[in-house]
Each structure stands twice: as C-alpha cells, then as structure tokens.
Ligand binder design. Structure first.
Ligand code: SF4
Length: 560
C-alpha cells in the first residue's frame, strides 16, 4: 500500500504505533522485515504496512527516543528499486493540449494531454491534480517522504504530448511552479507549507533558490518531436533548466514513418540528435516496433540503424531508449486499419523473440529505460497485453544463454563498492558531428558504478546543412568540449546519512570529471562546458567550474 499523503500516515492509533515499534525493535535486533511483520498480524487482518513502520520510526526519532538509523530506514523502505540509481524521479503531466502530430497509433482522450490515457499510472496522478504542476510535485514528495524515500535529489520528468507545442509562457509557468514545489521543503510532521515560504517571481529566481533547497533538482526532462528541435528551441530549453530530451523516433524508415503519418522523416531525427548532442543534452529516443507496414524482420533492420552511421556517415546513437511496441488502442486511428484487416499486431511470442534478438546488440553506452509502455492491459484491443514484457525478454535471453550489456542491465544499484577494485573504461564512438567518450568505472564483474558522457564537437564536420546549428545564441559552447552527464550509482541517500562504500560517496564523480578534462585537453579543447541541472550547480562550482550564460564552464590546460 502506498499512501498518497502523509496525512494518511498520521492517522494511526497509538496501539498501531506501539505495535509498529515492537516490529521495529525486532528488525533492529536482526530479524528480517517480512518475518517481523508476520509475527504481529493486525486484528483486522493483514500485516503492518511499511508506511506505518516508517511513521513509527520517524515518531521515535522525532521524540528523541531513538537516534536516526538510516540503515534501519533503508530496510523498511518500499519499492527500493525506484531510487536505486541515486535519484528519485517525480513525474508531472502538462494540461490537455493538441499536438501538431497526427500519428495513427497515438490515442486521443480529451481529458488528457495527447497520447496519455487517464488510467496510466503517473498520468492518473496528473488528472487527479488537475494538471497543476505545484500540486503534482508536492503530493509526490509527500508520498515519497511518507514511505521513507529520500527526496533530496529529484529528477523532474515532464510528460504530455509535445512540450514544444505548448505556449512558452505556459512552459515557463509550469517549470517555475515545479521548482516552487521543490523549493518549499516537505515537512512530513506538519504537512503544511513552511511558514513564510514565498514562491519565486521568475524562473531564474526559482532556479537560484533551488541551488540550496532541500529538494534539489538533478535533472529536468521534457518530451517533444524531432522536427521541433532547433538551435533557438534548445537555447529556450536551457533557459528553463532542461537537461534531457525525449523524442519519438519510432522508426528510422521513411516509408514506415509516412504510413503511420508521423509527419517527419528519419533525417529530422538524425538532425535533432546531432543538435541536442552539440548542445550537451542527454538524448532519449522512443523506438516503436510493430508499426503499420512493419514486420519483425524489418524491425530488426530498423533497430540496427540506431547504432550504425546513417547516410553521410552520421549516427543517431541515443544515450537512452524506450522500446514501446505499438499497442492497438480503441481511441487511436490505427484501430480502423485493424478493423479493415489492414493491420495485425505481432503475437506475444513474436514480440518477445524480436526484442530478445535486438537487445544484446545495444551498445554499452546506452540505457534501455523501458521495453513496454505502462498502459493497463484493459485498454489494449489486440496483440500483446502482458506488462511484464521486460521480464519475459530477460527469461528468453537467459534461455538463449545471452545477456544484454546496456547500462540498466549493468548498473550496480545499491550494492557496496570497493573503490580499489574498480577500473576505468573509455568507450569511444562517433555519432553525428561529435566524438563521444563514454567513461565508466566498472567492477571486476562488469557492473557500472558510475559514468560520464564527454562529447567533443567536431568543428570541421558539416552541421547537417544547418548553419544556425553553430548556436550563436549560446556563447558558452564556443570551442568547448561538453560534459553531457555525470552519473554515480548508490542508494539515494539523504544529506548527512552514511552508507559505507556507496558509490556516490567515494569521489567517483570527481575522478570522472578529471579524466574528461584530460581527454578534452589532449584533443585541443581549451574549455569544458557542463549542462548542469539547477540543483547540481554547487557541485560543479566547487570543482572549478564557473557560471556561464546557460552552462557552467571551466578553462582547461595541460598539467603534465
Ligand atoms: S507526436 Fe507524439 S503525442 Fe503527437 S500525435 Fe504523434 S505520438 Fe502522439
């Protein structure tokens, strides 16, 4: 059970809290959580919920009876996988709004932003809060606090149709209100706004406040279409504090794109990835097998295009991908094609075989975030209805004796790290107009403890016939090598908490930055620019970076 508000957690009776205390004492004494809770079934049936244990723990700490015990809290936390990469993601939805796209597979529901369904987890919360950004972020922070998740490092994931299609004044207000919610610390005991909290009047002021706020923003993600990406748009996204862009590529085959009325070509996706990379953004592509006109074999070929140079020697090479097999929904235009017998979804077996075929070929620098969209199966008219597709594919790979080498399948998560055993790998590849170095610290077992993405723009390379791609409005980028991401794993720990050996606390980030600096210097760059999320600016400022216009920048020189 996942309480939506802390208020709910406060309504426990003294008897329940006393019961919870007994269970906590047993856990402190070494008993497993599940064993301890089963020894004390509730009179009404069932066992003590974890949020009650967290509430009792907090009350004991608050009263001074118990000293803070992050280890105990870690053991009773719910769904730890959500924060294992060191950062907690908070999803917010924009208001219902039309999208310039006419994609035939995309559902329409007037209550929701384009492409979302009201009963999708995450999307549902947006609807419940009338798409108010402040309320969405607050309620999520409160729910996370109530179940004991650290909330000090927050990635904001803004979803809803095409972000760039919304009016810019709405965009700015939306982001500012998200930051207002982050800047007003959630007090799980009071459940009310901090006295004297003043919302920021401008986005810059909201950003400034977040640099020292309790809930720091460590990433800001929006989703848009490839044909919306221009240098001007990217400068605007930087002004908002965006660090990562999700785009629907869907297919890299113009015939399939046209059949499905995507309204853009594969070349637009290629150009957009090159521009995003040149401006230091992290790039997430959505790829959709089983579109109208595709076959499992054509999808295999299409997936391979993501990683090899396209015409002109340029590559897409996304940092992350979401594999969203096309799902047949009654409120999408594709439904009529299916009714006429012009479209047939793959069977579950075909889909599992297809994804198991392509997954082992994913390069080590890419993370597969999803292999199916979280659409409740009741909405799916025909074809795959299993939401456990990722696990099904995993089992199929195990049966074949194969492994996926993507970042997600190799990240170390919350395990302790022995720094002495780590070795540094530098995987170099050449996407459109750049030389990329994926630097990672890897354990002897091949797990990733931390990584950095260094992009060396190729000044001599043609910028895809786009002179404007020189980013005249972004002087920070002139002649600079770019750090696009620094990511160190470890449980998302609250400030001041200690967890021996957790990767975030042994200076891997600093070591990676120093290595990137060395490479950039050797390649003749005199400056580094980092696309720092607003809440991470102090981290870079304390490592020699200075404030630029839209990036943090640092002059570099050879030190040998
Ligand atoms: S661009 Fe995206 S949101 Fe817009 S219609 Fe196409 S799939 Fe739907």
């Amino acid at each position: 059970m996942d309480p939506d508000t802390w208020q709910e957690a406060r309504e426990y009776t003294p008897e329940q809290l006393a019961n919870a205390r007994t269970v906590l004492e047993e856990i402190r004494g070494g008993r497993e959580l599940w064993q301890a809770t089963r020894r004390y079934p509730q009179p009404t049936g069932g066992y003590l919920p974890k949020h009650l244990l967290v509430a009792a723990y907090r009350a004991l700490v608050e009263s001074g009876e118990w000293a803070p015990d992050p280890g105990l809290l870690a053991r009773i936390r719910m769904k730890p996988v959500r924060t294992l990469s060191g950062v907690t993601t908070v999803t917010v939805l924009t208001k219902p709004y039309p999208c310039p796209g006419k994609c035939i597979f995309c559902p329409t529901d007037v209550r929701m932003p384009k492409s979302y369904l009201p009963d999708e987890p995450g999307a549902r919360r947006g609807l419940q809060h009338h798409f108010d950004p402040y309320d969405q972020v607050r309620s999520r922070l409160e729910a996370l606090e109530a179940v004991g998740h650290p909330t000090d490092k927050i990635e904001l994931l803004i979803l809803g149709g095409t972000w760039s299609a919304y009016r810019r004044d709405y965009q700015e207000w939306f982001v500012r209100r998200c930051f207002d919610a982050l800047n007003n610390p959630v007090d799980p005991y009071a459940h009310e706004e901090q006295a004297g909290f003043q919302p920021a009047e401008t986005i810059d002021a909201a950003h400034q406040l977040n640099e020292t706020a309790f809930h720091r923003n460590v990433g800001l993600v929006i989703e848009t279409r490839p044909d919306e990406i221009t240098p001007n748009e990217l400068a605007w996204l930087r002004k908002l504090g965006v660090t990562k862009v999700q785009m629907g590529a869907q297919s890299l085959d113009d015939r399939i794109l046209e059949l499905n009325q995507r309204g853009h070509l594969a070349a637009d996706t290629l150009r957009a990835t090159a521009l995003l990379r040149a401006a230091g953004f992290k790039i997430v592509l959505h790829w959709m097998p089983n579109l109208l006109g595709a076959t499992p074999d054509s999808d295999r070929e299409d997936f391979a295009r993501l990683w090899v140079p396209a015409s002109g020697g340029l590559g897409y090479n996304p940092d992350e991908i979401k594999i969203y097999p096309c799902q047949l929904l009654a409120n999408a235009d594709l439904y009529a094609y299916w009714e006429r017998g012009e479209y047939q979804p793959y069977t579950q077996e075909e889909l599992i075989a297809l994804i198991a075929d392509v997954k082992p070929g994913i390069p080590s620098y890419c993370r597969v975030n999803r292999v199916i969209r979280d659409i409740p199966s009741t909405n799916v008219v025909a074809g795959n209805k299993r939401t456990s597709l990722r696990q099904d594919v995993q089992l199929e790979l195990e049966r074949r004796g194969q492994r996926c080498g993507c970042i997600r399948c190799r990240e170390i998560r919350g395990q302790p790290v022995d720094p002495a055993a780590l070795h540094l790998e530098d995987f170099t590849y050449f996407p459109a107009s750049a030389e990329e170095h994926f630097l990672s610290y890897v354990t002897p077992a091949g797990q990733i403890a931390g990584y950095l993405r260094l992009s060396l723009p190729d000044a001599a390379a043609p910028r895809l016939d786009q002179p404007a791609a020189r980013f005249d409005g972004m002087p920070d980028l002139e002649g600079a090598a770019l750090i696009r991401e620094v990511h160190v794993y470890g449980q998302s720990l609250p400030v001041g908490a200690e967890m021996s050996g957790a990767a975030q606390h042994i200076g891997l980030g600093t070591a990676l930055i120093q290595h990137a600096e060395r490479i950039a210097c050797e390649k003749g760059f005199a400056r580094l620019a980092v696309i720092a999320a607003v809440g991470t600016r102090p981290y870079y400022l304390s490592r020699g970076f200075e404030r630029g216009d839209l990036y943090l920048v640092k002059g570099i020189e050879r030190r040998d």
